[in-house]
Design a protein around this ligand. Structure first.
Ligand code: NAP
Length: 507
């Protein structure tokens, strides 16, 4: 391996049980875009002999790091320490490009060879992190590696700090789902490498993405020092489709940008901690945040009403934060705009022409609230129908609309129907919130996007009404975020295709 890497290596951690399987996995890793492999000898059924090591390291398809991690540092080796270190020394003699030696091993016991000196903490960020990093920087190792468990994405930023300050080739990772950003943004900060799994289930540490996720979903090839960053804050966030949509859109638009998932536990204190950490690091070039459950109210509180779209303030929820290079923040609610614009596109009208039109909103939850507030703002004649009547009445009263129970749906008299309940959502795809589509209804909009065509929409189509789908709304809100953060026109067709593909695959 070159002493001064041209770019951060994508290192595939190979966790097979036999030497033969490890050799096969090395070739597969090369084919899937890895720059190097880490052979985890502690995953082998038996510790390798010198003959095994010769077979493993004979003319390998990629540069090889050899690791033999003890259980105390998150590995699987539970045997004798002298044996463990002996195997590492033998691997170095057999031609391993690098051997990983834990910092806990006394300097006098460390095997000879070109080493990665590693430190792992599975409890969290070490209290003396900076001192550890300085010690390692001053050691004779070729490369330093520090990995610690992340309680939130603010800890991922601590790992990026280490990379920024490092004086020699360094790997710094925050482990676990909350630390994922540190693995993806390692390349932006010029890390020596980042670790990837060959396939799902083959991870050697918590939170490790697969090679395919790095090279496809997270645009590994495109990431560089100037890459603009954005991401989605939520809990849970692992199944969010936003990273796939935004990264595909960045790719299609040829933008130097990447979008990452950010698992932030519920509670304003966790949200505020991450935002404070982000704002304090302007060098990250962080441009935008999508905000989802349970943090939309926290986002409004953090950004402050004075810096938010007034309608987002009336709704009480911000789902989009835009960070300016000068450090200022702006809050928006692209959910309401997405819904209203999808509806207006279908009707072929401007928002102002919603005035006086009769709209039946089914539901009184978070999505209904955003849509009712916007419809009321544009002076549509709104009636809220909700299962829990008191909740519907409260929402209607707040925005000067009418409310009714679901038993009144038989007398529904509106040009537009919008379903904001979860009735009809996968897997209850045969359910519908409206038994019959009355002839007065010209447009039916279902905010549900899974399935792509709900029973309500199929019934509406059969009854001759025009339809707006949850997918139309989803694409609109993602596109609005993209345009706010980049100033470029969003490639909507790409965003739609990615969503459709993901939703079709999900079944
Ligand atoms: P929420 O706050 O939990 O509200 C759920 C609403 O559905 C409430 O009004 C609830 O009535 C009603 N409901 C639930 N189960 C019901 C049932 N069995 N019968 C009758 N009513 C029922 O949820 P939300 O965040 O507003 O999300 C609502 C829907 O919006 C979701 O299903 C989702 O598919 C969709 N959505 C779409 C997008 C998009 O971009 N297209 C984005 C987000 C959400 P009660 O008040 O009586 O409980």
């Amino acid at each position: 391996m070159a002493e001064h890497p041209p770019q951060t290596r994508l290192i595939c951690s190979v966790t097979r049980r036999t030497v033969a399987a490890m050799r096969q996995a090395m070739a597969a890793a090369r084919d899937r875009g890895a720059d190097a492999v880490e052979c985890r000898l502690d995953y082998l059924d038996e510790q390798p002999t010198e003959t095994d090591l010769a077979a493993l390291l004979d003319d390998p398809p990629l540069p090889v790091i050899v690791t033999n991690r003890p259980a105390a540092e998150g590995g699987r080796f539970t045997g004798d320490e002298v044996e463990r270190l002996g195997v590492l020394a033998a691997a170095a003699r057999a031609g391993a490009d690098l051997i990983d030696v834990e910092r806990a091993v006394p300097p006098g016991d460390r095997p000879a060879g070109r080493t990665i000196l590693s430190h792992h903490d599975f409890d969290g960020v070490p209290g003396d992190l900076d001192r550890i990093a300085e010690d390692m920087d001053a050691s004779s190792s070729a490369i330093d590696k520090i990995a610690f468990a992340a309680a939130g994405p603010a800890d991922a930023l601590r790992a990026l700090d280490l990379l920024r300050d490092a004086r020699k080739p360094t790997i710094a990772l925050a482990m676990g789902q909350a630390g994922l950003a540190s693995r993806i943004l390692a390349k932006k900060l010029g890390a020596f490498g980042t670790f990837a799994a060959l396939e799902p289930g083959a991870e050697s540490a918590p939170g490790q993405p697969t090679l395919e996720e790095f090279t496809g979903l997270y645009r590994w090839a495109a990431i560089g020092p100037d890459t603009a960053v954005s991401g989605v804050i939520g809990c849970p966030v692992a199944h969010s489709m936003s990273p796939a949509i935004h990264n595909a859109a960045f790719e299609a638009a040829g933008l130097d940008a990447v979008y990452v998932p950010l698992l932030v536990q519920g509670g304003a204190e966790h949200f505020n901690r991450f935002l404070d950490a982000l704002v304090a690091r302007p060098w990250l070039n962080w441009r935008g945040l999508s905000v989802t459950i349970p943090h939309k109210e926290n986002a409004l509180a953090y950004v402050g009403a004075a810096n938010c779209d007034p309608l987002a303030v009336a709704i009480g929820a911000v789902n989009t934060i835009t960070l300016s290079p000068d450090g200022s923040l702006r809050g928006d609610n692209t959910d309401y705009a997405a819904a209203i614009d999808a509806l207006c596109d279908c009707l072929g009208i401007e928002r102002e022409s919603l005035a006086g039109r009769g709209v039946a909103v089914l539901g009184a939850g978070g999505v209904a609230r955003a849509i009712v507030a916007a419809l009321a703002h544009y002076r549509a004649e709104v009636t809220v129908y909700n299962r829990t009547v008191s909740r519907g009445e409260k929402l209607a009263a707040e925005f000067a609309c009418r409310a009714a129970g679901r038993d009144a749906l038989g007398d529904l008299d509106a040009e537009i129907v919008i379903n904001c309940t979860s009735v009809g959502m996968h897997p209850d795809v045969n359910a519908s919130p409206l038994e019959r589509i009355p002839p007065c209804v010209a447009v039916v909009f279902d905010t549900i996007y899974n399935p792509l065509e709900t029973r309500l929409l199929a019934d509406a189509r059969a009854a001759g009404a025009r339809t707006v789908t949850g997918l139309d709304m989803f694409v609109n809100q993602g596109a609005a975020q993209f345009e706010r953060w980049t100033g470029a026109e969003a490639p909507r067709h790409v965003m739609r295709d990615v969503l459709e593909e993901a939703l079709t695959r999900g079944h």
